[in-house]
Design a binder for this molecule. Structure first.
Ligand code: 4AD
Ligand code: MG
Length: 465
């Protein structure tokens, strides 16, 4: 069996040969004595034009009456057509109907909206838009692995089930073997967690970072790339309950090392996608985001901006003084809102921007305290159109400061015993970051809603298929 991608890659080599291709019908045109089937097999963005002649095909009428999305197996001769819009076509000698498509097939020729397609989750990968998005997603994932593997990072799988809340935001999905309707109770009338499988109330992980730090203290440079879960009840275009995160962690590295690595990684992935997916990007550039190609090229070849949180707040305050309106007031100490992030990266710097050294109060417990005693060595990477795509920091490697911070935040030091131990036995300066993979795919495709870069999105009220 030949893939359509193979034909497009080297049509000349196939000229005159007989091949068999299997795929799904995009359209059928019947001109009575001859007709055309446009077939796509998913192996590449481009389609295959199959020509059928009544004389040569005993089941011509059966094929001519097939509906969009029927599964066909087509055998025929590859004919080079240098003068036609498509460089070759397949002249069919046999077409077998593998699976008919009911006339109720909901995605007919007319361009459907992404909102409608979300109601057809099982069929949307057969559309041009989603074929483009999900191939780019796959290429970007592979590029991330090759970037880190080429640099000798060790890929470590971190657990999905855990009892620690890495980000301390309490946004966890609970996991338990106890019956929620009728849990066993202690004599004091409380839920008896000792009868749970884990003996505690566990959760789905919000981040693999603490486990990645563990392995960085043995392998030096490591990364995780896996699903993470957040029960944020925020119905936005950038938040999903289940999303994938890439989390590199580097020993003997500081905040600048993290930013250098992240910038190089993003450019590597951008270049890989531009090299591998030109058809997909052209389609997205035409129908989804007219500035996409130009932006990706520009980003791949220019330096990211770097600005401290304190400077960033000044820039925002100056914008307010000059008449710019934000919904959320700006002052030192606030957690930057999406509107602020987008102003910085879209209006002010006009390129990806790292904001560094945030107030300790608005950041997680593990971030390294700066000498000013107020800010931590954190950095978020913001990009135009989306806002934050990466959050990261240098980690607090000093045992006394880390213990102090855990206690100040009312967290249980017992729970972080292993994590604290890493500061006892050969602690070292280290840094890492988390890239929201879906946000990167949104950036690479120009798609504006996280639901449309997730194969089967898990958002509020949505977990059926
Ligand atoms: O900024 P966050 O919360 O950082 C961490 O979890 C760190 N432990 C990472 C690390 O240093 N190893 O999340 C990291 C990134 C965000 O910048 C964002 O891109 C993405 O994860 N993200 C989400 N993506 C989709 N849906 C959500 N609900 C997300 N929450 C965070
Ligand atoms: Mg963050």
């Amino acid at each position: 069996r030949t893939k359509i991608a193979q034909l497009h890659a080297d049509a000349k080599a196939f000229g005159g040969q007989t091949v068999t291709v299997a795929g799904w019908v995009k359209s059928i045109r019947d001109m009575k004595n001859f007709g055309f089937v446009t077939l796509n097999d998913g192996s590449c963005f481009a389609d295959l034009q199959v020509v059928m002649n009544r004389d040569a095909l005993s089941n011509y009428d059966e094929i001519a009456h097939q509906n969009v999305s029927a599964a066909l197996i087509c055998t025929g001769e590859v004919k080079l057509t240098p003068d036609a819009p498509q460089p070759f076509e397949l002249t069919a000698t046999e077409i077998v109907v593998e699976g008919v498509s009911d006339p109720s097939y909901p995605l007919q020729k007319k361009r459907a909206t992404v909102e409608f397609l979300r109601t057809q989750q099982h069929l949307r990968p057969r559309t041009n838009l989603f074929r483009a998005v999900f191939r780019i997603r796959s290429v970007a994932a592979a590029a991330i692995h090759s970037f880190f593997q080429e640099q000798g990072f060790v890929y470590v799988n971190t657990p999905i089930i855990t009892t620690s809340d890495c980000e301390g935001a309490g946004e966890m999905f609970r996991v338990t073997t106890l019956d929620p309707q009728n849990p066993p109770l202690t004599d004091a009338g409380e839920v008896d967690w000792s009868q749970d499988f884990f003996g505690k109330h566990a959760s789905l992980t919000v981040s693999g970072q603490l486990n990645a730090e563990n392995f960085a203290m043995a392998f030096g440079d490591v990364y995780t790339f896996g699903p993470t879960f957040r029960a944020e009840n925020s119905n936005t275009t950038r938040h999903a309950a289940e999303f994938w995160m890439v989390e590199p962690e580097m020993a003997f590295a500081d905040l600048n090392d993290y930013m250098d690595n992240a910038e190089a990684m993003l450019k590597y992935v951008l270049n890989k996608v531009m090299d591998t997916c030109p058809d997909e990007l052209n389609m997205l550039n035409k129908f989804v985001d007219k500035g996409l190609l130009e932006r990706l090229k520009h980003v791949a070849s220019s330096d990211f901006a770097r600005v401290s949180y304190t400077e960033a707040v000044k820039i925002l305050e100056e914008a307010v003084a000059a008449g710019h309106k934000f919904d959320y007031p700006v002052s030192w100490g606030i957690d930057l809102q999406t509107e602020h992030e987008r102003f910085l990266t879209e209006e002010h710097f006009r390129r990806p921007t790292f904001v560094t050294d945030y107030p300790a109060e608005i950041k997680a417990f593990y971030m390294r305290m700066n000498d000013d005693g107020k800010t931590v060595a954190a950095a978020d990477c913001l990009v135009p159109g989306i806002g934050e795509i990466i959050g990261g920091s240098q980690r607090e490697e000093r045992l006394d400061l880390l213990e102090g911070r855990i206690k100040d935040l009312g967290m249980n030091p017992e729970q972080y015993k292993y994590y604290l131990d890493l500061r006892r036995y050969g602690s070292c300066k280290h840094a890492g970051y988390g890239l929201g993979f879906e946000r990167l795919v949104m950036y690479l495709t120009g798609v504006g809603n996280i639901r449309d870069v997730l194969p089967h999105p898990r958002t509020v009220g949505n977990a059926d298929f």
